[in-house]
Ligand binder design. Structure first.
Ligand code: M6R
Length: 589
């Protein structure tokens, strides 16, 4: 989940590396470093903290270098553990986890080699050194044979100060070419630009960047064909457009994203093939992580209710290791904003190998997930920069609801109109500003609860995740009826409890749980579309949502909860776009 960037060509490398790292910072931001060859001399600089701490390195001279922004796995976030790592003639940046690093490290120590960091990545530099007999690419290739786990590598050698060798296994890596220069990066936006052609590396492939030419190799160092990546010029860094944070800006885009999403999905060229598989499906499986998993829960509710097709939703990291049963005629949706989440990719691959038709629901057209899927349903939410997912969640919902509605119609079942959702979301966004007035009651809470039933429970889960992620307040999303089976013991005087009530048949049932919590001292914040509930004596503050078909309400009801998390994070002095310990794209297990 780190960000890698490299450049060799006619331009100065350092500014390119720093700009690339800024664009990749969503992948990790606990330390950063660059290495640049000036003639034959390599300059390496590293800092703990954000990429901006490296700004002074812009002055480094030289036309070949690599850079890295880190999300720590092995070894604490520190300058010592920051990349690039050097051993002997080799300096490298790495994304991924080397699972046999401890064994390889022991081998190196037994040869008397010294380590300067606690990272698994440094081991790779030692290994390349041990494999080196004068051929740079061959040494990287031989070292890679011994690595277990995942890696994207960009390697420099003091014997070849105008060459970068790259390798990929289960971690994203792309290379690029412009007139007079070559690039490598973890992700397209870091190097996208006017006149830049981009190619992806497949697992087990290598690339050598030298003298304006990219050579691709397979695992046996035989020439491999290039895999061009189509990208739009919009992949460049999005601007804040007057907003203070990307999270707030991305929330403001929700209504238009919902409109585009519902209008676009039927135009997808692969949709007919996908829909044929879905029409014959006897079972649906959904695999995803985090917010995308919550979108999966909401979608499963709609598929079962409207289409009467059994639908099972799994956290991808559990699915992949539980020897899942994939019956014939299964359609598996892998839901992932980035399309790069390692657990989702692995779960999707397993479902496919076991016979499922694999449909990717993703926001990134050129992602690893799209490459392994039988059909790609694009959410078209536009780039999401903030670590906390907002508009991508609403878009995943809209797309999956649209698919469920289409299937239900095909089966002759009635479905409420989806067309109300964008306007309801627009209104929800406007009134969400009211939750600013709630923040004082959350600021120093020991814990916060979000309750709901049916579809409201999934909204509660997502509201709770958002709050935890950017405010660092302990929080739980809970099914309202379960509270009395243990968790009620945690309620104390003034414990904030957010109740989501949009499901008519379940409203009074949820209010029972609210009452039980209120009786034990909870401070009740109600998010509902039923005006009469707002006046109940147990309600401390309420927000009245616009009307929307209740089965689809998470796409609207989540908006004030996203806003609540945002404003509480601000009030606690946190950066909502870059919460501690997290990264946007989770490409390691
Ligand atoms: O890119 P993905 O949708 O696969 O990411 C999955 C999760 O890592 C992601 O949704 C995460 O939970 C968000 N940061 C939550 O806001």
């Amino acid at each position: 989940m780190c960000g890698i960037v490299g450049y060799v060509g006619e331009r100065q490398a350092a500014p390119i590396l720093l700009e690339g790292l800024q664009k990749l910072e969503y992948r990790g931001y606990d330390s950063a470093g660059v290495a640049v060859f000036d003639g034959g001399i390599l300059h390496v600089v590293k800092r703990k903290g954000r990429v901006r701490e490296l700004e002074f390195a812009r002055a480094l001279k030289g036309n070949c270098g690599v850079g890295h922004t880190r999300w720590a796995t092995h070894g604490a976030p520190s300058e010592k553990n920051a990349h690039p790592h050097t051993y002997g003639k080799f300096t490298l940046v790495h994304n991924g986890i080397i699972e046999n690093a401890h064994i390889l490290r022991e081998e190196c120590l037994s040869r008397g080699e010294k380590f300067s960091s606690e990272t698994d990545s440094e081991v790779v530099a030692h290994l390349i050194s041990a494999c080196y007999e004068g051929d740079f690419a061959a040494a990287v290739c031989r070292a890679a044979e011994r690595l277990q786990g995942s890696f994207a590598l960009a390697v420099l050698s003091s014997d070849f100060p105008d060459t970068i060798v790259c390798a990929r296994m289960h971690s994203p890596l792309v290379v690029g070419r412009e007139r007079g220069g070559l690039f490598v990066a973890s992700d397209v936006p870091a190097i996208a630009g006017e006149g830049v052609e981009i190619f992806s590396l497949a697992d087990g492939e290598f690339a050598e960047l030298h003298a304006g030419e990219i050579k691709f190799f397979d695992a046996n160092l035989r020439p491999a064909p290039p895999h061009p990546v189509e990208y739009s010029s919009k992949e460049d860094t999005p601007a804040l457009c007057g907003f203070r944070h990307f999270m707030r800006k991305e929330m403001s885009e929700i209504p238009s994203v919902l409109k585009n999403c519902s209008a676009d999905f039927l135009k997808n060229s692969q949709y007919m093939q996908f829909f044929a598989a879905l029409s014959g499906a006897e079972r649906i499986q959904i695999v995803a992580c985090g917010t995308a998993y919550h979108a999966g829960l909401c979608a499963a509710h709609a598929f079962e209710k409207f289409c009467r097709v059994p639908c099972e939703v799994s956290v991808a990291s559990e699915y992949r290791y539980r020897d899942p049963i994939v019956p014939p005629h299964t359609v598996c949706f892998a839901v992932s904003q980035s399309g790069e989440t390692a657990d989702t990719l692995a779960a999707a691959q397993i479902a496919k190998e076991r016979g499922a038709f694999l449909a990717a629901v993703t926001n990134v057209a050129y992602s690893s997930l799209t490459r392994i899927s039988d059909a790609v349903l694009q959410t078209n939410a536009g780039r999401e920069v903030a670590v906390a997912a907002t508009k991508s969640f609403n878009a995943q919902l809209m797309l999956l609801y649209s698919v469920a509605a289409h299937l239900a119609e095909k089966k002759g079942r009635e479905v409420p109109p989806l067309s109300q959702i964008p306007a309801a979301a627009e209104r929800a966004l406007e009134i969400s500003e009211e939750v600013r007035g709630w923040t004082a009651h959350f600021l120093s809470a020991k814990s916060v609860f979000f309750l709901g039933r049916g579809a409201d429970y999934f909204t509660a889960l997502e509201g709770s995740l958002k709050l935890k992620e950017i405010t660092y307040l302990p929080s739980e999303g809970y099914p309202a009826g379960e509270l009395k089976h243990g968790t009620l013991a945690l309620i104390e005087k003034n414990t904030p409890l957010v109740a989501v009530v949009t499901q008519k048949p379940l409203a009074e049932k949820t209010m029972n749980a609210v009452h039980e919590a209120y009786a034990r001292g909870a401070k009740i914040f109600l998010v509902t579309c039923f005006e009469e509930l707002c006046a109940r004596k147990e309600v401390f503050a309420s927000l009245l949502l616009p009307a929307c078909p209740e089965e689809f309400s998470p796409a609207v009801a989540v908006i004030p909860l996203q806003a609540l998390a945002y404003y509480v994070a601000l009030a606690r002095g946190n950066d909502p776009d870059k919460p501690r310990n997290l990264a946007k794209s989770v490409t390691v297990e």
